[in-house]
Design a protein around this ligand. Structure first.
Ligand SMILES: [Zn+2]
Length: 251
């Protein structure tokens, strides 16, 4: 008997309502842009939730962080629109800040209960060697929120009363070292690359060309032997996989 016989892996490809939670205003496109576009084209309703303002995303000391945050929000809007995302929400935490873990979880949980997604997508907080605190914290807060969104006494943000419940069917982690789901990205790969190019403050032509080589290589590697040329990889889990489950790493 395998874990998947007891707890099946949720079907990301068939998802009809998705909440994509990103630490910074380009993570969703880099990690999952082709899948997001493909789902949108198949009629999935997709909402973005961006946690930080991305104000630290520059190597140029002359760039004003406040102005960069405004630029990045515009880029995020444009990029989401290109992929067919229905709506975009922002928590506007300062980039690289350390929001109280419980507060961050509670705010994400509140959005989950309001938006009522079938599935949540975010960065994998269990990626070995991930040093960026925003990625570790946002991925973990999203996982915790998925675990508890159906528990009424786990309160929504700022609400002293038991809160309305919402059960998320699954969470899909991108940037994962333990993928169990590979999405055919052939038809939307170009769109993904174009959506990344929209983030002009992060990718000039030369930088994008360099990264594209790596993205293409990884997508071909994920797709090998599956009958398509490009794939995006995810670790997809049900909330029950996220607690006291010694086999989840192999799920
Ligand atoms: Zn990021």
């Amino acid at each position: 008997m395998e874990l998947k016989d007891l707890l099946p892996i949720p079907d990301l490809a068939g998802c009809k309502k998705l909440l994509c939670i990103q630490p910074h205003p380009d993570d969703n496109e880099i990690g999952a842009g082709a899948t997001i576009a493909k789902l949108a084209q198949s009629g999935c309703h997709i909402t973005y939730l961006t946690v930080t303002d991305g104000a630290l995303g520059t190597l140029d000391p002359a760039v004003d962080p406040g102005e960069l945050a405004l630029t990045r929000k515009k880029e995020a809007e444009e990029s989401a629109k290109l992929l067919g995302v229905s709506s975009a929400l922002y928590l506007d935490y300062p980039d690289g800040s350390y929001p109280n873990e419980q507060e961050l979880t509670s705010r994400i949980l509140t959005v989950i209960r309001e938006e009522q997604p079938e599935m949540v997508m975010t960065v994998d907080p269990f990626l070995p060697y991930e040093a960026h605190p925003d990625h570790r914290r946002v991925g973990m807060a999203a996982a915790v929120a998925c675990l508890f969104s159906s528990f009424p006494h786990y309160r929504s943000y700022g609400d002293p009363n038991p809160s309305k419940q919402w059960e998320v069917k699954g969470i899909a982690f991108y940037n994962t070292a333990y993928p169990n789901t590979f999405i055919d990205a052939d038809d939307t790969w170009d769109l993904k690359i174009r959506s990344i190019a929209v983030h002009r403050s992060q990718f000039d032509e030369e930088t994008l060309a360099k990264y594209k080589g790596y993205f293409d290589f990884k997508a071909a590697q994920y797709a090998a032997g599956r009958g398509f040329a490009y794939a995006e990889a995810f670790k997809v889990l049900a909330p029950l996989h996220l607690h006291v489950n010694v086999d989840t790493i192999h799920a």
